[in-house]
Design a protein around this ligand. Structure first.
Ligand SMILES: Cc1ncc(COP(=O)(O)O)c(C=O)c1O
Length: 404
């Protein structure tokens, strides 16, 4: 006889939680709220002194010479490609195990995204697969530091050097990541970070690019605000009225001071927030590693930014596939995410570039099994225990009552 408390809510049992645990809830403090209120009262809502302060803080933290705050990481990736001169006829190699924005911006420039398979243990792009995809048309490699784990940058840098390619890093997940003592944000030509609401530093929306090149930063800054001459955002200050000139048709990608205000104090707490997530991460890994579930790999010589806790369900042992597992966790009132379904399987990419099942076996392996469970500084130790209880209950039940 199955005990009633062992029956998943999906099968009519009682959920582990009464209230829904939101996946990726941010931790906003009074000081963040006060800074936003201060901005609202200052009358200076869009790009201004707080954005500048945030850029300075970020450049310092990332060990980068220059930083430009934007309204998203997507905007940063797009600007990076443009200022590096990438366009029609060019190829950019990236990971299929990423958010659609990574490849979409390549398409927006007129260039072709070329996927290279991942290493299933790290879920990051495999440098050997990258090497096989290089052609005379390749202009850049766009590694994605998936879930907060830095890619193996040394062989990627070697390839870039050998073939004269740019490196644009998608560090949406990886604000705090360090690769062999080198801070992510200080390695490639341009690196783009995200402050979307579920990210490690949450501003609702927002992004920043870092680079070691003053020229590239300046080019991105101009293009991020309509292509207007460089002091454009200062034209309404007390420094005197200034006319602007349009240097090229740019975009509307600037960060607002309201966003920067939300980020400034979170950023001061970034180490503490990482410690909280690190504690949750270790607890999950200790509690969940089993024949049913593969937990994320631990690696030496890196600092993982602990962004997404993606576990892999082993359907044969657990008796359910990932989609049922996700539905079962939601029924227990645990919010989940899927990061990601490999991009080559999405309609646009398969139809446009002729990709099909079997093209990227490692990325497909992960796509079929991955599920992200709540991981943020906004969840408590007791929330983490609820997630563990729910996962154990589900795999315990279905491994005996298979539903494949
Ligand atoms: C890997 C990756 N790249 C880029 C982005 C885009 O970030 P943003 O929403 O700030 O444009 C995301 C967002 O989820 C992401 O996960």
């Amino acid at each position: 006889m199955t005990n009633i408390s062992d029956i998943p809510a999906l099968e009519g049992g009682v959920p582990v939680r009464d209230d829904f645990l939101v996946f990726g809830s941010p931790l906003i403090d009074d000081e963040d709220i006060n800074e936003v209120v201060d901005t609202l009262r200052s009358g200076w809502l869009s790009t201004g002194p707080k954005t500048q302060r945030f850029e300075d803080m970020f450049a310092d933290y990332a060990n980068a010479k220059y930083a430009l705050a934007l309204n998203s990481c997507t905007a940063g990736l797009h600007l990076a490609l443009i200022v590096l001169g990438i366009g029609p006829g060019d190829e950019v190699i990236t990971s299929p195990m990423t958010f659609t924005a990574t490849a979409n911006v390549i398409v927006h420039t007129g260039a072709t995204p070329v996927f290279a398979d991942i290493d299933r243990r790290t879920m990051n792009i495999d440098p050997e697969a990258v090497a096989r995809k290089i052609t005379p048309k390749t202009k850049a490699i766009m590694p994605v530091h998936f879930a907060g784990r830095p890619c193996d940058m040394d062989p990627i840098l070697e390839l870039a050097h050998e073939h004269n390619l740019f490196i644009i890093e998608d560090a949406a997940h990886a604000i705090e990541a360090v690769y062999k003592g080198r801070k992510i944000g200080s390695i490639g030509d341009i690196t783009s970070f995200s402050f979307y609401v579920t990210k490690n530093l949450a501003m609702g929306e927002g992004g920043i690019v870092t680079t070691g090149s003053k020229e590239l930063c300046e080019q991105m800054r101009i293009r991020s605000l309509h292509g207007m001459s460089k002091n454009a955002w200062k034209r309404y200050t007390d420094k005197g009225f200034q006319l602007y000139d349009t240097l090229m048709p740019g975009f509307k990608y600037n960060m607002m001071d309201i966003q920067a205000a939300l980020g400034i104090h979170q950023f001061e707490r970034i180490g503490k927030l990482l410690d909280v997530r690190d504690r949750h991460w270790r607890r999950y890994s200790d509690a969940l590693a089993s024949e049913f579930i593969t937990v994320p790999l631990e690696q030496d010589n890196i600092r993982h930014a602990r962004h997404l806790y993606t576990l892999l369900i082993n359907p044969d042992a657990a008796g359910i596939n990932r989609d049922t597992f996700a539905a079962a966790l939601q029924a227990e009132n645990i919010g989940v995410g899927i990061h990601f379904i490999s991009l080559h399987l999405h309609s646009y990419y398969s139809k446009t570039f002729g990709y099909s099942i079997g093209d990227f076996p490692e990325a497909e392996f992960i796509s079929e099994r991955t599920i992200s469970i709540p991981m943020s500084a906004g969840i408590t130790d007791s929330d983490v225990e609820d997630v563990i209880e729910a996962v154990r209950k589900i795999v315990g039940y279905y491994s005996k009552h298979r539903r494949l």
